[in-house]
Design a protein around this ligand. Structure first.
Ligand SMILES: Nc1ncnc2c1ncn2[C@@H]1O[C@H](COP(=O)(O)OP(=O)(O)OP(=O)(O)O)[C@@H](O)[C@H]1O
Length: 847
């Protein structure tokens, strides 16, 4: 094994869980298994280092490493960057050292979009102590939560890596079954210790007690918080200075949306359009981050909601102000990320340039907001004029991507640098003069003076003129048609140039280093600037949507009633585009009619209505305006949803199991202030089981001491009787019109139960073969005629007696459902019919 490979193996042994990027000149090389992985993930050629092809090797160009890194991180790998730390001299082995570890959770790439996110957690019975750390922005939060709430938080933060104490991976997996198992990382148990963690955090964040940030002494989440910050600093090989505070994650402040609800309502992630994609008129990446978090964490405090409403109102009311504000924002850069990248030492001079650009725009933004309610946001940002001045005078107009490319510091900023630069620039002219004088001296007109990276400066003379060269020319290199020489004068010139180059690089590095210190010294102020920009961008985006769609400002209060008049679904309305969306009311009151039982055929718009109600509630508590005629809403503390059928076969749960688990969660956790949205409970099982469950669930929601507001869509008509029994329950339905051609959906909610199911009409609309429709109609008439399966309203069985629907009846339903009429001869069909009738009669007589 060569000394270099030995060096490689030594480093690889220290970082066995990482792919080792080993710097060799202009390339990062990977060897052995790492090379195989990189070759397949990155689709790069797998070569071999040695003659016998025993050592697989793959490489990526150093200057393009970022792009390759991003793809490996995306695929879930960790990468250790082993760089050259001494200059190659061609004789001794270059020293190398791992300078950075890039992991999915700590990654902060040049472009936003695939930023990492770290979580640390300790599961303790029914509780989880959690810390979230956003490496790009330095946002660092901790909290201890009950399991179900923690799941919602983890889903909202969507960490790329979760750190857990050694030996507790399985426990964490069970507690957070929605997280991909590969994201968990075990770390030493001591790192999660609360007492030493708290002490370490205090030292690190420069406070006597974490109470300075509102964190109680002995808060269990300080253990995972310390482990998380340590991990970030360990992988980055230095202090992450932009992480300068640990905030308590205030549970009480936000409307809680559990992980299922976040998915069900397609808030930020989904295949089609989401609430996020609909609202996203943000002009900056930080605005988009703010919007995402605002959707997942709607507020509960009416004053805080009111403040956002006021700002949005100011921007809706003053169109030119909003347009100008957004125009300025679109030129602002991502201050939080640039600061984060510079703090983590992965930033480039361009990040410093981004800060300058934004600082230069800021005064205009401030004066634009002056005299409006938005002033309260801009006035929270400390004065950053000093830094702006410094960046303007020191940093070059168009800074390069890497410090080593040179040209980072502006001309005129530093006398010494200017002197060397002048010398270097004059060198070009001097070189030309030297060439001219040599041409004159030798009489060789084609004589050239040039430079290359390997041989340095040279005088080039073509072979035909070699007899004319002077004695002091020393041969340096032979080419096909020419020879290259050096002279004492040229050598002196070369040394001078090399010195100038080295001095320029040294000075630039030191001046840029000082500039970085100045930037990081203003870290907190820059974060406040970033936060203000994000918030302004978010509010302007919501104002733009509100202005465009003529949305209205809802009245938010601390009472228990919800009243939305002529509300529209913000996402579906846009998707429908040409077709007008039918507006509907939502009226619920914890102390009045608080349970709406919604019936109507499939496709009539039940799901859309339920989702609309939930989304409008979220919008309202985000501080947004609403697509409605008017609204008066009492704040809700949780929105529960049980919507749609999601199979989780991978987790060994059937659709019905998922449905029941989610329903159980709802029934256990509802409060007076909850909004519960249930769509087709019991759909996933046989008719009678399903109906019985739906009935019992609804009764529970009526009778529970808590008084949640409930929207309950069902196709079990039998349930509509409950409205006669309980004053809390009202029957609403989706109106349909029956015409000659079949039914027409009006998508209008009306205050009466649906007359019947219309299932067959919907099947006809869907284009089922005519013969099947006709047969279905026949069977339906038969069943209704026999009064067997669908009890009439007045005959419906009271809830306690639903078990009377016998197993035999259930079996019959299944059998009929499984019938394949097309596979029967007419005779067989007749026989089957008689048999079914006989068995139905038996069932009836047994009731
Ligand atoms: N208020 C409305 N205005 C206009 N179109 C609507 C409205 N509500 C629903 N729609 C349209 O009707 C389609 C069906 O709506 P939705 O899925 O809500 O029906 P559903 O009653 O829940 O049906 P299913 O029971 O089959 O799930 C939607 O995709 C949408 O295009």
């Amino acid at each position: 094994m060569t000394p270099m490979l030995r060096q490689y193996v030594q480093w690889k042994d220290r970082y066995p869980d990482c792919l080792l990027f080993f710097r060799m000149g202009d390339f990062f090389e990977l060897f052995f298994d790492d090379a195989r992985v990189a070759s397949s993930v990155l689709d790069i050629t797998l070569t071999a280092r040695d003659g016998e092809r025993q050592i697989p090797m793959a490489g990526v160009p150093h200057h393009a490493a970022e792009g390759y890194l991003a793809r490996l991180i995306q695929a879930g790998y960790k990468v250790a960057l082993c760089d050259q730390i001494t200059e190659p001299d061609g004789k001794t082995l270059v020293e190398r050292s791992v300078v950075r570890i890039v992991t999915p959770g700590t990654y902060v790439p040049e472009e936003s979009g695939s930023d990492g996110g770290l979580a640390g957690l300790v599961v303790d019975g029914e509780w989880i102590s959690l810390a979230f750390l956003q490496p790009a922005t330095g946002c660092f939060e901790a909290v201890t939560l009950p399991l179900d709430e923690a799941r919602g938080r983890v889903a909202a933060f969507a960490p790329k890596e979760l750190l857990v104490p050694a030996g507790s991976r399985e426990k964490a997996l069970r507690a957070l079954p929605d997280v991909a198992p590969g994201r968990f990382q075990e770390r030493a148990r001591e790192e999660f210790d609360v007492v030493s963690g708290e002490r370490w955090l205090c030292r690190r964040l420069g406070v006597a007690s974490l109470r300075a940030f509102g964190i109680e002494d002995g808060e269990r989440a300080t253990g995972p918080a310390a482990a998380t910050l340590r991990y970030l600093e360990e992988t980055q090989f230095g202090a992450a200075l932009h992480v300068n505070r640990l905030s308590p994650l205030l549970r009480q402040a936000f409307l809680h949306l559990d992980a299922t609800t976040q998915l069900n309502l397609e808030l930020v992630d989904g295949e089609g359009p989401t609430l996020f994609s609909t609202l996203n008129r943000c002009r900056t990446a930080s605005g988009r981050r703010f919007l995402r978090q605002a959707i997942l964490n709607p507020l509960k405090d009416t004053a805080a909601i009111g403040q956002r409403q006021e700002h949005i109102g100011a921007l809706v009311g003053d169109h030119p102000l909003r347009v100008r504000l957004q125009e300025l924002l679109s030129r602002c850069r991502d201050v939080e990320r640039s600061l984060g990248r510079l703090s983590l030492r992965v930033g480039s001079p361009r990040d410093a340039g981004a800060l300058r650009e934004t600082l230069l725009l800021w005064p205009e933004l401030v004066s634009l907001c002056q005299g409006t309610s938005l002033e309260e946001l801009t006035s929270e940002v400390p004065d950053l004029d000093g830094l702006k001045e410094r960046l303007s005078t020191a940093l070059a107009e168009d800074p390069p991507r890497f410090l080593r490319d040179g040209g980072v510091i502006r001309d005129g900023f530093d006398d010494e640098l200017d002197r060397w630069r002048t010398l270097s620039r004059e060198g070009d002219a001097g070189l030309e003069a030297l060439a001219a004088s040599e041409r004159e001296r030798t009489g060789i007109k084609s004589l050239k003076v040039g430079y290359n990276r390997v041989f340095g400066y040279y005088i080039e003379v073509s072979k035909v003129h070699l007899d004319r060269i002077p004695d002091d020319y020393v041969r340096k290199q032979t080419l096909v048609g020419a020879e290259r020489f050096i002279t004492d004068e040229l050598k002196r010139f070369e040394e001078e140039m090399a010195r100038a180059g080295a001095e320029i690089a040294r000075l630039e590095e030191s001046l840029y280093g000082r500039l970085l210190v100045d930037i990081l010294a203003e870290g907190r102020s820059l974060q406040l600037l970033g936060e203000a920009l994000a918030r302004l961008d978010f509010e302007a985006a919501l104002a733009e949507i509100a202005w465009e769609g003529r949305w209205v400002c809802p009245e938010i209060h601390d009472g228990y009633g919800l009243e939305i008049v002529k509300g529209r679904h913000p996402v579906v309305e846009r998707a429908l585009a040409e077709i007008p969306f039918t507006a509907n009311d939502v009226i619920l009151d914890s102390f009045g009619e608080r349970i709406v039982l919604l019936t109507g055929p499939n496709m009539a718009g039940k799901s859309t209505y339920l989702r609309m109600a939930a989304l409008l509630m979220i919008l309202a508590q985000m501080g947004s305006f609403l697509p409605a005629e008017r609204a008066r809403l009492g704040v809700v503390d949780r929105i529960f949803t049980r919507i749609g059928a999601r199979d989780e076969l991978a987790r060994g749960r059937s659709t019905f199991m998922v449905e029941m688990v989610e329903t159980a969660d709802i029934l256990h956790n509802v409060t007076d202030r909850s909004l519960v949205v249930l769509d087709e409970i019991g759909r996933g099982t046989s008719t009678y089981d399903g109906m019985s469950i739906a009935w019992a669930v609804l009764e529970y929601l009526v009778q529970t001491e808590k008084r949640p507001k409930v929207l309950f869509a069902t196709h079990f008509h039998e349930l509509t009787q409950l409205a006669d029994r309980y004053p809390e329950v009202v029957n609403w339905s989706m109106a349909v019109e029956e015409g000659g051609e079949g039914i027409v959906f009006l998508h209008q909610v009306v205050a009466r139960p649906a007359d019947r199911s219309y299932g067959i009409e919907v099947a006809r609309l869907a284009g089922l073969p005519k013969s099947v429709i006709a047969r279905a109609q026949e069977l339906l008439d038969l069943f209704e005629g026999e009064e067997l399966l669908i009890p009439r309203r007045e005959e419906a069985t009271p809830p306690g007696q639903l078990s009377l629907f016998t197993v035999a009846a259930d079996g019959l339903v299944e059998e009929i459902a499984a019938l394949d009429p097309d596979g029967l001869t007419p005779l067989q069909a007749m026989e089957k019919l008689y048999e079914l009738r006989r068995r139905c009669r038996e069932v009836r007589s047994s009731r």
